[in-house]
Design a protein around this ligand. Structure first.
Ligand SMILES: CC(C)(COP(=O)(O)OP(=O)(O)OC[C@H]1O[C@@H](n2cnc3c(N)ncnc32)[C@H](O)[C@@H]1OP(=O)(O)O)[C@@H](O)C(=O)NCCC(=O)NCCS
Length: 383
């Protein structure tokens, strides 16, 4: 039989793997919808808690539904001692995403419903996971500074509490609102690499902790969630706004990618980056001197890249480009950027998993073997 080489779609580009009613990404028009609501509307009117409920349950909550969901999140904020111990043992040695991956995975030991695959149990576990990730991230930041674990405060919102557990004091309302908006913007983004790997893990009917842990592992890479840190590092390397054009020109001449630009789906301005842009415009007047400098660099890089690669090749600013100056303004250390992305994306991962399990099919693609066959086994002493 002649072995005909099949069409291979590297990176699964352009392949549909499932149907979903959670999120629509329109890469041509530059639009993003959570359950039919545009990201601009959600960012303006919703909180993280409400956006998380929306993607998980498929509708905007009533006041009592939101307060029950909020109570479920609050109930799971405290971290067990052994998880704090794991974080302590890894801080300073491991990447913060590795800490998050390990600590969240360890949280499953506490959850009596791990193996309960009913949708109701998975929704309950989702709330615990969303809450635990935020507390792990905050505690990692806290212990990185050599400080002690801060117990959660049930009077505070999700974003406020994350900052409280990180810094040990109640955040200002403008800081908490900035983090809340950033988290809302990252809640969900259809079947990207991390959501897909969440679904691959879950499609074996493994549990939701394993699935989300796979998502965290995948988000770490600089081609995905890790681009936010890379992009801020680049701004620091540029140093002064007047150095922006030189820096970017020589990076492009050296065939380097400029982190925070380009997207597999958006071939126009990422709508989430547009929302961030509005906040940066405000911060360029009210931010710290460091932040104002970073914003000047960011805006010059943005203009230049749009002229050079945006209009001609569809490589536009993405969600990761503008995160840095905003997080610096809130006082979030660079090593926590991607973990906070994970804390924000947890509702999306869980929602996709739960939706996919309703009509589960084991993910099992094929690969085309291009090696030898029927080779003769060579004994050790004859090799
Ligand atoms: C996100 C990303 C992986 C998606 O791109 P993709 O669909 O896989 O496209 P490719 O990486 O194959 O790039 C296609 C072309 O555009 C160029 N390109 C893509 N992103 C670029 C960037 N940020 N800076 C400079 N050139 C870029 C590539 O060099 C390539 O050029 P070539 O055809 O001359 O070789 C890519 O744009 C990228 O690496 N961006 C930087 C990382 C980043 O910001 N990630 C966060 C995404 S939300």
């Amino acid at each position: 039989m002649v072995d005909v080489k099949p069409v291979i779609t590297k990176g699964l580009e352009g392949i549909y793997v499932s149907e979903s009613a959670i999120c629509k990404v329109d890469g041509t028009a530059g639009k993003l919808y959570y359950r039919g609501y545009s990201i601009e509307e959600i960012a303006e009117h919703s909180s993280f808690e409400e956006a998380a409920y929306l993607v998980l349950y498929g509708k905007l909550p009533t006041a009592s539904e939101l307060s029950a969901f909020d109570a479920a999140l609050k109930e799971s904020r405290a971290l067990p001692k052994y998880v704090i111990g794991i974080i302590k043992g890894m801080v300073g040695k491991a990447d913060t995403m590795d800490i998050l991956r390990t600590a969240l995975s360890a949280m499953s030991a506490e959850d009596k419903e791990v193996e309960d695959m009913s949708e109701a149990a998975n929704l309950r576990k989702s709330a615990r996971i969303i809450s635990a990730i935020a507390s792990i991230v905050a505690t990692t930041g806290r212990l990185m500074e050599g400080k002690r674990y801060v117990k959660p405060n049930a009077k505070l919102s999700h974003a406020e509490n994350l900052l409280y557990m990180l810094k040990g004091k109640k955040p200002r309302s403008d800081e908490a609102r900035l983090l809340d908006v950033m988290m809302v913007l990252h809640v969900e983004h259809s079947t990207n690499a991390s959501t897909f790997s969440t679904m691959v893990a879950g499609s074996t009917l493994s549990d939701i902790y394993s699935a989300v842990t796979a998502g965290i592992s995948t988000l770490k890479g600089p081609l995905h969630g890790g681009a936010d840190r890379a992009s801020l590092r680049m701004m620091y390397s540029i140093g002064s706004p007047d150095n922006t054009e030189n820096y970017i020109n020589s990076a492009l001449e050296g065939k380097q990618k400029i982190m925070g630009f380009g997207h597999r789906v958006y071939k126009t301005y990422d709508p989430r980056a547009k929302v961030m842009h509005k906040y940066l415009e405000q911060l360029s007047a009210t931010g710290t001197e460091e932040v104002k400098n970073l914003i000047s660099i960011a805006f010059r890089a943005e203009n230049m890249m749009i002229e050079k690669l945006g209009k001609t090749r569809g490589i536009w600013p993405n969600v990761d480009f503008f995160s840095g100056p905003i997080y610096v303004q809130i006082g979030i250390p660079i090593d926590l950027f991607t973990p906070i992305f994970a804390a924000s994306r947890a509702p999306g991962w869980c929602a996709h998993m739960i939706e996919y399990w309703r009509d589960n099919r084991l993910m099992r693609p094929l690969e085309y073997y291009n090696g030898d066959i029927d080779k003769e086994y060579v004994p050790m002493d004859a090799r």
